[in-house]
Design a protein around this ligand. Sequence first.
Ligand code: SAM
Length: 282
Amino acid sequence: MERWSEEVLHDDLHTRIKIDRLLFDSKTEHQRLVLFESDTFGRVLTLDGVVQTTESDEFIYHEMMAHVPILAHGRARRVLIIGGGDGGMAEEVLKHGAIEHVTMVEIDAGVVEFSRKYLPNICKGAFDDARLHLVISDGAKFVAETDERFDIVIIDSTDPIGPAEILFTEPFYANVRRCLAEGGVIATQNGVPFLQSDELSSTLAAFRKLFRDATCYLATVPTYVGGPMAFGWASDDASLRRLPEGELERRFAAAGIETRYYTPAVHRAAFALPPYIEDMIG
Ligand code: SAM
């Protein structure tokens, strides 16, 4: 009998991926974790029934959330990742030789242990990189208490349900701002605007109160259905998102990294927003 994994994140749209082989269905301290194989998507990780990452298209999400802020910043040395338990974001960030330190704050040790073991194609060697400092804690608590400062903060969270709900609130973003070094940038995952417009609007409303410049940029990730997904962007320096393509080309070449989705031209174009999304972010 065929088995399917059904995602019920959206009230009026449920999506299903065929489970060709179920590898795990377990409960961590915080969430229900399921791993299965799909002939189309490779290994698929779901948390509380929502797809988090798949072997086939994780590169799009992780490349766009890591390389866009790092290359736009240009001098980043210290990066904070909130969430990101599968290790794919850390792996992408650590491709940059200039990054000296990454703190990753993940609430669920179970996701990390599991991904290390069963998603090596996604985390690669990230968890063994001496530059990575893994903290198992609530990201909201971490940013409220730390004295450390970071050039880039990437919020690689689940959707605003359960433990991640707090990661979409204004007090949390205010604490993130406090953790940013001068010239710093925050990038957030904000779901698919066509289906989750409130998520994007409320994040951008908070950003506008806290930062001099705020917008979002887009990428199409096949498993996050419903159109392009949005990444929130905030900093105090609007020029960071308007760098000429030639400068991005120079930085990308100097970084010497290989990518399958990111290019400087894609980076520039990702900030071009259709009016229906402009309207959501005001
Ligand atoms: N690409 C993904 C998506 O949006 O579908 C996100 C993937 S990543 C696995 C999300 C991680 O955020 C999960 O491992 C989850 O445990 C973690 N997380 C959720 N709430 C958190 C919190 N308050 N502090 C730190 N990590 C949190």
